[in-house]
Design a binder for this molecule. Sequence first.
Ligand code: ADP
Ligand code: ZN
Length: 740
Amino acid sequence: MDPSLSTRLDATQTNAVSVLLPLPLLSPYDYLVPQDLLVEPGSYVEVPLGARQATGVVWGAATGNVNPEKLREISAVLDLPPMPSDLRQFVDWVSAYTLARLGTVLRMTMSVPKALSPLKPKMAYIVASAVDLKNESLPGGVRLTPARRQVLAALTDGAPRTGAELAKLSACSTAVIRKMADAGVLEKIAITKEKPVGRPDPELPGAMLSDVQSLVAARLSADVGSGYSVTLIDGVTGSGKTEVYFEAIATALRAHRQVIVLLPEIALTADWLGRFERRFGVHPVVWHSDLPMSERRRNWRAVLCGQARVVVGARSALMLPYRDLGLIVIDEEHDPSFKQDEGVIYNARDMAVVRGHIGGFPVILASATPSLETVDNVWRKRYRRLSLPERFAGAKLPEITAIDMRTETLDAHSWISPALARAVSETVAKGEQAMLFLNRRGYAPLTLCRACGHRLNCPNCTAWLVEHRLLDRLQCHHCGYSAPPPLNCPSCGAEGRFTACGPGVERLAEEARAKFPDLQFEIMSSDTVHKPADAIALVRRMEKQEIDVLIGTQIMAKGFHFPTLTLVGVIDADLGLAGGDLRAAERTYQLLHQVSGRAGRASRPGRVLLQTYQPEHPVMQALVAGERDGFVEAESSERKQHNMPPYGRLAAIIISGRNESAVDDAANALGRSAPRREGLTVLGPAPAPISVVRGRHRRRLLMRARKDLNIQDTLRRWVYAHKVTGGVRITVDIDPYNFM
Ligand code: ADP
Ligand code: ZN
């Protein structure tokens, strides 16, 4: 006997390993490895758990927490490549950083349980070998009727087809097919049919890069295969950031490494997918939550087995089991949608950098308005910055002007100033297009009873109901509650006395149509554009000039390239500044900059008009003067002064539950036991700004700490030492972005 084999067998006699299950568990459980099973760290295994079987991952050596005599055995090893070790390390890291349970983080990587087992084979038909088509001789003396001839014709290419497919192709009934099989004319075989994912070809010709683009592309390409690094492509909108990082992707493909591209608003990137296909010949593998199950299943397996070379997706694409990941690109790195606010609360941008560090490969961040976190990392020389300061092919950045709304006279229920209306007319008269931006869905954010002053509220949340006139519904944007508009006031009973307060995009469109009856308007918001196909259709209609003015929310701001769009009008530039959010100014700047970037992207120059009641606000001043860097520096010194991120650390603790007094008790107890140490303060508890969501009362505590303190340790000792009852839940949000 091979001596190494005998030692292995000896060892397996008492061999126990730890297995992590994708359940809300803090740590893995120990199991015995039966002699006939071969497991290694990362193996996907089936194990008994109570009375049922569960699938988990071999995490490492046994923890020794349970008496070996009481351990149960692993039941089976799944026929899959093991989970790569850098992903296991990453899961450990994310759990330690976010304080989410280890098993819950693992579950994010196993989000498609169906993908763990091979597809069930289907029965399909091929032509039996006894059939001699040339001589029209069929076995068993079967006659070659026209219907049978059709069936055979549909199989001449040799590909097996299911009964249903064959019936459709040959336009005859499945009974005909079954009889042919019975007579031995067709042979039945089992197939597992799955469309393979496409293989991107890095050798197809890319764009002819300009000198500065080539320089940036060359430096990014040189990083691939040279270990961990983080690079910010800091380039104005339309400077070719995408073209440039495509070259880094091509280099990674040549080096046989997998690539992730994270994009915000994945559903709307049809344009991006088209560009990818033109560059690499195939669509990339797509990953987001709206994908049909069959595609999720196939894509998950293709990632683990290494067939998926480039995956483009929303933040959860980061959690897939890549075998040989070699590059991550995060486009629009400043976008708040990379932060996940539920379940495991994490920021995909920051975690991508961690993943690059663990895996030893480069991470590329791209933005025209980088986040302060990223800029600070550039200043501290932890990230490198490569700049693309100009739009491609000499297109000019748009000219931005503020309209001082304090001096404009507007009619009641009117939001388009005379100055903006004039600009719209001029633009359309020149054969160009305009965009009116208002970051508010629906018709009106508030409905009020004129008889008693009652405001229509969500029954589950402390929030107003938003009227959606296109749908004839009132909706809560926090919990999804929806109801038809009532006839009578629920408070005083008055009939037909409701009045809409304030504008949403639908109401703005109503005003615009009344002002410009001859123009074509279209609303673009998440209510009108659901699927990639909707976005494609809209882009086509814009290109064909069937639309004069696009009216929409922030979904218009990202990625779209409308060559003849030359005017952007921002209806309420101050909208994002209200409320006490620490990033309100930064985000408003980024959003308005991005939406401005839609104007004048091709040969015709663009202009932007910002309607504001605060033209002297630093955000408006910076936008008008094109002083991005000055604004970022001012914002940075303000944050530094108050020890706010990225100069101090924040963690939010949210206590929620249906029973208000239980929530208060828990919040107060936490507040009383708050840690006291130098360099750390805890504020609260206070009711959350939206104090009830989905029927749950919410209180918040905010911990602010010096950057060098390990807040995770402190939080674990403080928050997790608390036993809570009465259905109260405590959620910790490290580096919070949402303060509602
Ligand atoms: P960004 O990502 O910086 O906004 P894009 O990569 O989307 O910029 O480029 C803006 C537009 O200019 C796109 O339509 C793109 O195809 C075009 N473009 C950029 N660079 C080149 C190039 N080198 N050759 C041809 N077209 C380019
Ligand atoms: Zn609600």
